[in-house]
Design a protein around this ligand. Structure first.
Ligand code: G6P
Length: 613
């Protein structure tokens, strides 16, 4: 997961930057680099591998200066090698950039820049940024406006930090969307920039968090924040408590809220190192698969508990549709006693955030004892479910503290999609055009998640309206049926409001008897193949006097005629829509619980990791 650290002041920048990057090391990365303004010249040291490697590089070829930026990279575009490691420098050697996020239109930008004669030195999307800054500096004559103009050309969500020998007294940092935060640390005659608080906390507790579409000009003595239109912003300086837990929460009230907001980044990281957008390919090295092994698989049984099981239900649809392999989903606590039909051509795929859930581990053992192949999709590194599996797709979301799982729900949705494309490719069930399309559709997912997060205020308003209900019914169909289950689970877990998730077509076989004004219906009705069916479910619920909260795709013209309670989500290819529809439901549950004043991160009777039967 990419990390950014920058320093400007009177001290030697290199050790401060390396120290900050070390604090972010736990997030995982595959290469690292630092750029320092040394005697008016930008000097870069960067390489693949661990920070210790970069440290020895810096020891062998020291760089000294009072301003610098550094980065740990988790590859998205291009191999993790020295050429692709950040920082990236422009053609004149006067501008240097580090970046978190994906430049979604980088191919078009690269072609444009190449047509103008720019030579690229890496395979990264990030390099387009530094060339744009350089180009617009030549027109605007100053770094801030060059960065502002560059941002207007970039699609996607970004955290960007730029330094230039042409304006050696400043660092310019920008945030667009939610590709991770940008935080400015304030010191005495020195200032810091980072993607995450832990990188700078040993130096200062006074910080300013950049909001989306804000740019900071950071000099040794002050910090000026403007928005991307150039209007000055009155920033609020926050003092971070010494309590390490509070410090880790940063700008958020609860870990759950922080983790919901981390999803742009966790989704970006989920793609990193696995998706080759240029080749339209997915590779999951961790599974040690080849075409012959993939073709032998006759059945996959996904086993999991709770939220992870809901991710598995989406996984079934994805793998069956894309890879054409039959998939069953088995609740782990049932599977372990079900005397299941498993043979050496059956894969048991366990999904687990903690990797330590007793029922899930027992289900894996059951599968193993019957001769099946064991795979897992796990977040906690080194956990049992990771160790005992023959292959493990690790979730790239970092530690999840809130008991109610959020970022460790959307990551496996994408992991299952990646698995489906990978298996389809290896088994020859996907033609190249389909494969390219499926891979290309992934590119916009992190920033679309960001669009959902940017609409948090609208969700807060709905949460206020419905926070005092005693019951809620969540309905969905097809690929969004598991999201109805998950939305209801989130609400009941943390707000203690009774909520049921139901396949919408089953409403008429029972739950319809409950519908009245005191039992609102949350209806997932994005533009997917089940859309028309969902419209008629909404009409049926309304006919019974129910109040409907609809999750609808931007631009939908039918739903506003049916209800005023609409959660708008951006348009997305339907196989990926669960990632996008689940995020507002996480926010809805979160804000209801938070407005009710409940202990969101540690709800009563629940545990993050259930290691007993
Ligand atoms: C507990 C947690 C749930 C989680 C489930 C499975 O019940 O409270 O949030 O979904 O365990 O956990 P796992 O770590 O296996 O994903």
């Amino acid at each position: 997961m990419c990390g950014i650290v920058g320093y400007i002041g009177d001290r030697d920048a290199t050790p401060i930057i390396l120290g900050g990057l070390k604090r972010l090391e736990y997030r995982g990365y595959d290469s690292a680099g630092v750029a320092v303004l040394d005697d008016g010249q930008i000097e870069i040291r960067r390489d693949a591998g661990k920070l210790s490697h970069l440290e020895s590089l810096v020891n062998d070829m020291p760089v000294h200066g009072k301003i610098g930026i550094g980065h740990t990279r988790w590859a998205t575009h291009g191999e993790p090698n020295a050429r692709n490691a950040h920082p990236h420098i422009g053609s004149t050697g006067e501008f240097v950039v580090v970046h978190n996020g994906i430049v979604e239109n980088y191919l078009a930008l690269r072609e444009e820049l190449e047509a103008e004669g720019t030579e690229f030195k890496s395979d990264t999307d990030t390099e387009t940024i530094v060339h744009l800054v350089e180009k617009f500096f030549a027109i605007e004559g100053n770094l801030l406006d060059a960065v502002r103009r560059t941002l207007q050309h970039l699609k996607g969500a970004h955290g960007i930090v730029v330094m230039s020998s042409r304006e050696p007294d400043k660092i310019v940092a920008a945030r667009v969307g939610n590709a991770g935060g940008v935080v400015i640390g304030l010191g005495e005659n020195e200032n810091y920039v980072a993607s995450d608080l832990p990188a700078i906390l040993e130096h200062t507790r006074k910080v300013v968090f950049l909001e989306s579409h804000q740019i900071a000009v950071v000099t040794k003595k002050n910090v000026k924040v403007i928005d991307t239109d150039g209007k000055p912003i009155n920033t609020q300086v926050q003092r971070i408590a010494w309590d390490p837990v509070a410090a880790e929460k940063g700008e958020y009230r609860h870990f759950m809220q922080k983790e919901i907001h981390e999803q742009v980044r966790s989704l970006t990281d989920t793609l990193a190192g696995r998706v080759d957008f240029d080749a339209g390919r997915v590779t999951l090295h961790e599974l040690n698969l080849d075409a012959a092994k993939a073709k032998k698989i006759q059945k996959i049984i996904i086993t999991a508990c709770g939220t992870a099981a809901h991710a598995g239900m989406v996984g079934k649809i994805l793998i069956e549709r894309i890879a054409r392999v039959p998939v069953e989903v088995a609740i782990a606590s049932e599977f372990r006693y079900a005397d299941p039909l498993v043979d050496e051509n059956t894969v048991i795929l366990a999904i687990s955030q903690s990797g330590e859930t007793a029922d899930t581990l027992a289900a894996m053992e059951e599968g193993r004892s019957k001769g099946g192949i064991l795979w897992s999709n796990v977040n906690a590194i080194g956990s049992q479910a990771m160790r005992i599996a023959d292959g493990c797709i690790s979730m790239q979301v970092g530690p999840e503290i809130g008991v109610a799982s959020t970022k460790a729900f959307t990551a496996p949705l994408v992991d299952m999609y990646l698995l489906a494309v990978y298996l389809g490719d290896l088994r020859g069930t996907l033609d190249p055009d389909q494969r390219f399309k499926l891979v290309n559709d992934l590119m916009g997912i992190p920033s679309l998640a960001g669009v959902c997060l940017d609409r948090e205020d609208e969700i807060v308003a709905l949460a206020r309206k419905f926070m005092n209900m005693d019951h809620m019914l969540y309905l969905g169909r097809g690929i969004n049926m598991p999201i109805a289950y998950e939305g209801a689970l989130k609400l009941k877990e943390i707000s203690y409001i009774h909520a049921e998730g139901y396949p919408a077509g089953e409403m008429k076989h029972g739950p319809i008897a409950l519908i009245d004004r005191s039992m609102p219906v949350v209806a997932l009705a994005p533009k997917d193949p089940w859309y028309d069916k969902m419209i008629s479910q909404i009409e049926q619920a309304l006919a019974r006097g129910g109040e409907v909260i609809a999750v609808a795709t931007d631009g939908d013209e039918r739903i506003p005629d049916l209800t005023d309670n609409i959660i708008w989500v951006p348009e997305v290819p339907w196989l990926l829509s669960p990632v996008i529809t689940s995020i507002p439901l996480q926010l809805f549950a979160y804000h209801i619980a938070s407005l009710l004043g409940l202990d969101v991160d540690q709800p009563r009777n629940l545990a993050k990791s259930v290691t007993v039967e």
